[in-house]
Design a protein around this ligand. Structure first.
Ligand SMILES: Cc1cc2nc3c(=O)[nH]c(=O)nc-3n(C[C@H](O)[C@H](O)[C@H](O)COP(=O)(O)OP(=O)(O)OC[C@H]3O[C@@H](n4cnc5c(N)ncnc54)[C@H](O)[C@@H]3O)c2cc1C
Length: 137
């Protein structure tokens, strides 16, 4: 065995795939009963038949990631993209909802214009923002 990767979360599996693609023999050791680390889903212990994300649930950069692009994720895995990506409950007020649609998200938030001003440039120039966040330069 050339390489042992400890942990089968997204980073461990990315490392394992990278090593395997380089021609190395790889084994992945995982302490939990199922692989995936924080990105895995598991049956809910209290509600039989319900499977939910144990940790991370929203992956807006998955298809944009240089690693996953090279891995061909979009051809291998279909990610569910719900209309509402997530919601932030607020005490005594309606929850803040993050829609897949940026304009709709801003339109329902207090200080709509401020959110559009803050996040709009990153949406309009998402390729540049993604390269900055996920790049190594
Ligand atoms: C509550 C929460 C919500 C999140 N939500 C999001 C989200 O919505 N979107 C998003 O993109 N990111 C989210 N994240 C972040 C995301 O989960 C992490 O960035 C990602 O899981 C990190 O991957 P990783 O491979 O580095 O580590 P992990 O996913 O933590 O994987 C590490 C793995 O190593 C195993 N391990 C550790 N030590 C050993 C050992 N000694 N022997 C064997 N196995 C071992 C663990 O069991 C685990 O499976 C969230 C994180 C948290 C905590």
């Amino acid at each position: 065995m050339d390489v042992t990767v400890v942990g089968s979360g997204p980073n461990g599996l990315a490392a394992a795939v990278t090593c395997a693609r380089a021609g190395l023999s790889v084994r992945v050791i995982e302490a939990q009963p199922t692989p995936g680390g924080g990105a895995r889903s598991a049956p809910d212990p209290e509600y039989p038949g319900v499977i939910h994300d144990v940790c991370s649930a929203v992956h807006p950069l998955a298809y944009a990631s240089p690693f996953f692009r090279a891995f061909g994720l979009a051809d291998r895995v279909t990610l569910n993209v719900p209309e509402i990506s997530y919601a932030n409950p607020l005490p005594g007020r309606p929850a803040a909802l993050a829609y897949h649609d940026f304009e709709r998200t801003c339109a329902e938030l207090t200080d709509e214009a401020s959110w559009r001003w803050l996040l709009g440039p990153m949406v309009q120039r998402s390729d540049a923002a993604t390269a900055f966040v996920l790049g190594d330069k």
